[in-house]
Design a protein around this ligand. Structure first.
Ligand code: A2P
Length: 295
């Protein structure tokens, strides 16, 4: 049975999902098919990843009933604004080949263009009211972005998806989410961002951390599995990415062991407070020149 998290609007979301960030389109369909056959029931993508069509292909190829799969995607900033975001739903839904999306979230706050961020979120509220999506949320929102959003909109986001792994645990974001009843969903949950090629020299891979390795050895699990377990036991949703069939299976085999309090605390203590990805306040995402295709 799939372990789920209850969202603040009563919808249940599988806690452990499958991510396809940086999965090339030609690899995505097979990866999604493999993941669904391995038992995953949540797939997270984004219009900006350019692989929604292949996620839909993988879903159909898996033979798993569409109604048993929780599909999550993100609106890219070039589609922010009320009308633009309504249309962004149509683009994503048609690429997936579905009529309803389970969770639609804003990819980034746009601090430099917050009015368009608000317009986009109001469109999500409309899509929710119209039954086109089952839940709505945000990504990469820091507490002050959430506060600004709350001032101008009605519906509390169900989910805030943020960079979160043992080297960057974002306690303030987790607290703000919890206070509002927003589920924290970890992107790069096993710290892929700490070792992605091309993302800068001198990165230290959290997969090679000695503390995590020690805990993994005690449980006869891998470092990745220990990190995923740590998230799940602390109530977070996770969306590890892999295109490797063995690692896809491994990353879902995280429900039959338990970390104790000391182990959870030891992993919490690894936080370095240094993000691997871009700071949402320091980049203007409009400068990432990505236009989301119609089909
Ligand atoms: P690959 O796709 O070749 O498996 P994250 O989701 O935290 O960003 O991590 C994704 C990165 O971690 C990818 O580079 C992925 O590569 C790699 N990865 C995924 N699962 C595992 C695992 N179980 N062990 C080691 N590396 C993994």
């Amino acid at each position: 049975m799939t372990e789920t998290i209850l969202l603040n609007n009563g919808v249940r979301m599988p806690s452990a999902g499958f991510g396809v960030f940086q999965s090339a389109p030609e690899e995505t369909a097979i990866a999604v098919e493999t993941a669904l056959k391995a038992g995953y029931r949540l797939v997270d993508t984004a219009a900006g990843y350019g692989n929604e069509r292949e996620v839909g292909d993988g879903l159909r190829r898996s033979g798993v009933d569409r109604n048993d799969v929780f599909l999550e995607t993100k609106v890219w900033v070039s589609d922010y604004g009320f009308d633009e975001t309504l249309h962004a739903f149509d683009k994503s839904a048609s690429k997936f080949g579905v009529s309803q999306i389970d969770l639609l979230i804003l990819h980034q706050p746009m601090p430099q263009h917050f009015d368009r961020t608000i317009g986009a979120y109001r469109a999500l509220e409309r899509l929710l009211a119209d039954g086109k999506v089952c839940a709505i949320g945000v990504s990469n929102f820091m507490p002050h972005h959430l506060a600004a959003l709350r001032e101008h909109t009605e519906i509390v986001p169900a989910v805030n998806q943020v960079e979160l792994h043992p080297y960057f645990t974002q306690p303030a974001v987790q607290r703000a989410n919890a206070e509002l009843g927003v589920v924290t969903q970890a992107w790069s949950p096993i710290g892929g961002i700490t070792f992605y090629p091309g993302w800068g020299e001198n990165r230290v891979s959290v997969l090679e951390d000695a503390t995590i390795g020690g805990i993994a050895a005690v449980h006869s699990k891998t470092a990745a599995q220990v990190m995923l377990r740590w998230h799940l036991q602390q109530g977070r949703s996770v969306i590890p990415k892999s295109t490797n069939p063995d690692r896809i299976v491994q990353n879902f085999d995280v429900f039959e062991f338990e970390l104790d309090e000391d182990e959870l605390t030891a992993i919490d203590a690894l936080d370095r407070g240094v993000r691997g990805g871009p700071d949402p306040d320091l980049v203007d995402p409009m400068t990432f020149d990505v236009e989301i295709a119609e089909s």
